[in-house]
Design a protein around this ligand. Sequence first.
Ligand code: ACO
Length: 328
Amino acid sequence: MPRKSGIGIVGTGRFLPTKVLNNADLEKMVDTSDEWIMTRTGIKERRIAGEGIAAAFMGAEAAKRALQNAGLDAGEIDLIITATITPDMQFPSTSCLIQHRLGAVRAIGFDISAACSGYIYGITIAQQFIKSGLYRNALVIGSEKMSSITDWEDRNTCVLFGDGAGACVMQKVKEGGILSTYLGSDGRNAPLLEVPGGGSLRPASHETIDERLHYCKMSGSELFKEAVKLMAEAGNKAMAKSGLKCGDIDLVIPHQANIRILWAVAKKMNLPREKIYLNIERYGNMSSASTAVALAEAVEEKRIKKGDIIILDAFGAGLTWGAIVIKW
Ligand code: ACO
């Protein structure tokens, strides 16, 4: 039987910008079609944050809802971890900007960079701080303005991404909570997905702009194979660590990169498709925000009930991957 970890998620929230970019809009921008995008990815539309709206604003809005659902005031938060690859700026951290927006005066905050796996990494880090007794109440946020690093002239990538944010409040719980976590990284495959310009290696210059190096570059088909293998491996390893079997799982909340990846993962994990939560059709791939928004929506839709066993499962640039088994 799974042991009790005593640390769980007590509130979730999400924020999606109102502007919708659908496949018909993209047909006017690049050489693509609704049929290609739907059959190859499962994405119908995605949200786009307008000018002046970025990771800190969206993250703070998602966090406010998570705090409300947890019944906590911002002043009670000790720790803010924001997973993002699209921070408002190189520094200060998006977490510090969110702390100020929330008025979470007591909290410390920092960002983590683990791309689409960022929310899983963030929850795992927060769990350790709470377990050690250093902090009591943590906010974990996944917030991304992917449209800011999307090359709107590259049909290979621009159809995939969207903007949004999700958040959760974590603390000690009397029943259930996190049963197991499993994380992985492999820098050998880092070049498969990167934004090559704008860092200390290739700082912004006229050349980096002319070469479009500030946009996401992706080797899609290689990543596809890695995503299927590593998301299934993460889910299976986390399940094994918790002593559970696939029949015990009520719902998987996966990173929403491509519907074909998710069907292949379901098959490899021996799970029926109806146990995979999906919102990719409406939002596309929001990197670290994908799993965060999907969890918040699944809770809102009452797809997760008290006592259910769920798995958060993600894969992304780095490469990074990971899964968390939670008794709700
Ligand atoms: N519209 C029409 N045709 C297109 C489009 C488009 N938008 N994009 C690519 N094509 C074409 C290609 O040019 C290619 O044409 P060619 O055969 O004439 O060269 C053809 O379609 C097939 O291209 P593939 O790359 O083989 O297509 P694939 O079936 O692999 O699908 C996709 C591409 C959707 C990108 C898929 O590979 C994928 O989802 N990969 C994984 C993405 C992922 O998991 N990313 C990691 C997480 S993201 C993060 O960490 C931020």
